[in-house]
Design a protein around this ligand. Structure first.
Ligand SMILES: Nc1ncnc2c1ncn2[C@@H]1O[C@H](COP(=O)(O)OP(=O)(O)OP(=O)(O)O)[C@@H](O)[C@H]1O
Length: 273
C-alpha cells in the first residue's frame, strides 16, 4: 500500500515520539541492589522484548514505571512527562498485564471489567459494551456474568488482557502475558499485538518464552544482574553474538552453559544416588 505524503509525515512523527524514557534507574531492596542504573529510550510504536534471568529486575522495572514501587533513584518519563509519586493522569495512557494478578474472585467478569473501565475514565455503559464485545472475541461471552472464581487459568488470563486494553492505552506493559493461553488464543493475541503496534501503540513485553520474544519484538533488551547487557533487533544481536536463536544468545550473554550438568545433578538427587 502506497502512503500519501501526509501519512508518511505522520509515520515519521510517530516514530520520533518518545513513549518511555528511563534515566539512571536504580533500586535497592535492603542491601541488594536490584537495578544498577537502567538508561533506556523507547520510541512510540516499538515492541520491546524485555528479557533476563529470574530475579534480574524485569518486574521491578515495570512496577517502578507504573508507580507501584517507590523509593528508587533516577527518572521515569512517559510521553515526555516526568512521573512522580503524585502523578496519576499518565496511568490512563497505560495498560498492564501483571505476571501475577489478584483478580477479584467474587466478582463477575462484567463487574470486574466495568470497575476497571471506570477507573480508567470510561463511563459504565461504554465499559460494559466494550467488555462484553471483547469477551465474545475471546469466546467468553457465555461466562460474562459468571464469577471469576469459576474460571480456568486461561480464562482468567483473557480477562486480564481485556482489562489492560479496555481503555485503549498508548503504552502497554505485558509481563508473561501468554501464561495459560491455549495455542489458538496465543495466535489471536500475537496478531492483536501486531495490529496495535502498527497503529503506533508501544508495547513492553517481558517473557521467558524466547521464541515468541524473538518473533514479535522489533527491539530486544536483555537485563542481567540489574544492568542492560544487550539492546538491539534480533538480527543485530545475532550478528554481535554469532548465535542462532535468542535462547542461545540469552545463554551466552548470561554466561550459562551448565544445563546438562545441573539436570543430571537434579535427577541424581531425586533418585537418591
Ligand atoms: N518486595 C520485594 N522485597 C524484597 N526483594 C524483592 C522484592 N521484589 C523483588 N525483590 C527482589 O528483587 C530481585 C528482582 O526481582 P524481579 O521480580 O524484578 O525479577 P524478574 O526479573 O522479574 O524475575 P522473574 O523472571 O523471576 O519474574 C529479586 O532478587 C527479588 O528477590
Amino acid at each position: 500500500m502506497e502512503l500519501t505524503s501526509r501519512e508518511k509525515v505522520i509515520v515519521i512523527e510517530q516514530n520520533q515520539e518518545i513513549a518511555l524514557c528511563l534515566k539512571g534507574l536504580k533500586k535497592d531492596y535492603g542491601s541488594k541492589q536490584v537495578l544498577k542504573g537502567i538508561d533506556l529510550t523507547v520510541q512510540r510504536g516499538q515492541i520491546i522484548g524485555y528479557i533476563g534471568p529470574n530475579g534480574a529486575g524485569k518486574s521491578t522495572t515495570i512496577k517502578i514505571i507504573l508507580g507501584l514501587e517507590g523509593d528508587y533513584s533516577g527518572k521515569v518519563e512517559i510521553f515526555g512527562e516526568e512521573v512522580t509519586e503524585q502523578s496519576v493522569d499518565y496511568k490512563r495512557k497505560i495498560g498492564y498485564v501483571p505476571e501475577v494478578a489478584e483478580l477479584y474472585d467474587n466478582l463477575t467478569a462484567r463487574e470486574y471489567l466495568t470497575f476497571v473501565g471506570e477507573l480508567y475514565g470510561l463511563d459504565f455503559q461504554t465499559a460494559d459494551q466494550k467488555a462484553q464485545q471483547l469477551m465474545k472475541v475471546f469466546g467468553l461471552e457465555e461466562v460474562y456474568h459468571a464469577r471469576i472464581a469459576s474460571y480456568s487459568k486461561g480464562m482468567r488470563q483473557k480477562v486480564l488482557i481485556i482489562s489492560s486494553l479496555i481503555h485503549n492505552p498508548d503504552l502497554l506493559f505485558l509481563d508473561e502475558p501468554l501464561s495459560g493461553l491455549d495455542a489458538n488464543s496465543v495466535m489471536v493475541f500475537k496478531e492483536i499485538l501486531a495490529v496495535l503496534a502498527a497503529q503506533g501503540k508501544t508495547i513492553f513485553y517481558s517473557s521467558h518464552i524466547m521464541d515468541v520474544v524473538e518473533k514479535i519484538s522489533n527491539r530486544i533488551i536483555l537485563i542481567n544482574d540489574g544492568n542492560i547487557v544487550a539492546d538491539g533487533s534480533f538480527d543485530e544481536l545475532k550478528q554481535q553474538n554469532h548465535e542462532g536463536t535468542l535462547e542461545q544468545i540469552f545463554n551466552q550473554l548470561t554466561g550459562f552453559n551448565e544445563h546438562k550438568a545441573l539436570a543430571e545433578e537434579f535427577v541424581a538427587i531425586v533418585q537418591g544416588v
